[in-house]
Write a protein that binds this ligand. Structure first.
Ligand code: NAD
Ligand code: ZN
Length: 355
């Protein structure tokens, strides 16, 4: 059976397009009671960007903290806060930030229309009711969260996304101007998430012409961004992120993402940097990709933390291995149906020990 997958129906791309947000939202404000919730990364508190958020009437500006990647308990608390704010449901949720803020916006918009805790919906197609209309405005580029059908959450027992067609944004607004102030390290880590999506998609066994078309273009854009000099590199990186997301939507990621999930679950390491850390130990699997990645690191003078697992006890190490190996489709994509014979617990443990 082929996947019949939904994509984001409305997209605005262009420098300065953030100014169009008010017009985009206007038709949703159907009566005087209608209000929007702007979910904005608190890194923008009192910033020029926050001043430009088109608040009207009783709209709520909800600053969110992403020092930790989004947790199900945090989503549940934000939903409770919105429900307590006004009796009616908001007519729109607008996520402004990187992958974390976008995932928070997705999860909140779903949970406003679905009962229980967000932890109940970590998995595939468990959501029953469509989400509140939701919009993404990325301020970092690379995760592909703007185009994906998942909102990745850390729950009480697992790190797993709410995967569903309802998770997809109704509208995305891609304004490369919003990348201007990103600190270099973060720009690199999140950008490498995209580069690694492309390598894992293109080199995976699930590859097909659809994913290849997007993945190759994304890879080409990443090379322009990270190995060449272009004044419009932020435009390029935004499109690379989108295309990389489209590529993995119809294929899958691989070993690096599986290992980064273990790092994140046990050590709380963020997605982008976690992928960079793991990728650097995967030259056996992705020789050309890792060589090029190191060239990119060198060009941008990036160094990665080492010795991360040095002080971990056996139980924590086992948990990390179990988390990584639990991501079966990622390994199947990477190594084929016999992946378990190739990526044994011992080999996985050995890779983690080197980190
Ligand atoms: P992020 O959203 O976690 O943000 C990283 C840091 O950058 C934060 O401190 C944030 O405050 C800051 N930041 C964001 N925009 C900024 C800007 N313009 N200027 C200065 N600082 C800024 O980073 P990310 O790499 O975009 O996203 C990682 C998250 O996305 C993880 O939670 C991961 O699980 C998730 N993710 C989701 C998907 C998906 O498909 N849904 C895919 C990959 C990753
Ligand atoms: Zn990723």
């Amino acid at each position: 059976m082929y996947r019949n997958f939904r994509i984001v129906p409305n997209i605005i791309f262009g420098r300065g397009s953030f100014s169009q947000l008010d017009d985009v939202l206007a038709p949703r404000r159907v009566n005087a009671e209608s209000f929007m919730v702007f979910v904005i990364d608190d890194v923008f508190t009192d910033s020029p960007l926050e001043m430009r958020v088109p608040l009207r009437g009783s709209d709520l500006l909800l600053r969110v903290n992403v020092d930790d990647e989004p947790k199900t308990s945090y989503i549940d608390a934000l939903v409770a806060q919105i429900r307590a704010y006004l009796p009616q449901t908001p007519v729109g949720i607008i996520g402004i930030g990187g992958g974390s803020a976008m995932d928070i916006a997705k999860a909140v918009s779903l949970m406003l229309n679905n009962p229980g805790s967000s932890a109940d919906y970590q998995g595939w197609d468990l959501i029953q009711n469509p989400a509140v209309y939701h919009v993404a405005v990325p301020t970092l580029a690379g995760t592909g969260a703007e185009i994906s059908r998942t909102a990745i959450l850390t729950g009480p027992v697992k790190k797993l996304g709410i995967n569903s067609d309802y998770t997809l944004f109704d509208q995305i607004l891609l304004d490369p101007d919003l990348l201007a102030e990103v600190p270099k390290d973060q720009w690199f880590y999140t950008g490498m998430d995209c580069y690694i999506h492309d390598v894992e998609s293109l080199q995976g066994t699930f590859i097909n012409e659809f994913s290849k078309a997007y993945g190759e273009k994304s890879l080409d854009l990443c090379r322009q961004v990270f190995l060449e000099d272009h004044p419009d590199r932020d435009d390029k990186l935004m499109m690379a992120s989108y295309f990389g997301g489209m590529s993995i939507a119809y294929s899958q990621v691989g070993a690096c993402h599986a290992l980064s999930y273990g790092l994140s679950y046990v050590l709380g390491i963020h997605h982008g940097i976690g992928c960079c850390i793991a990728f650097d130990y995967l030259e056996d699997i992705y020789p050309a990709g890792v060589a090029e990645f190191r060239q990119m690191m060198k060009r941008h003078d990036i160094s990665l933390p080492r010795g991360l697992t040095k002080n971990l006890d056996q139980a924590a190490m086992e948990k990390m291995v179990t988390t990584a190996l639990g991501l079966v489709p990622l390994w199947q994509n990477c190594l084929g149906p016999d992946w378990e014979k190739i990526m044994t617990r011992e080999r996985t443990m050995e890779i983690y020990r080197r980190m």
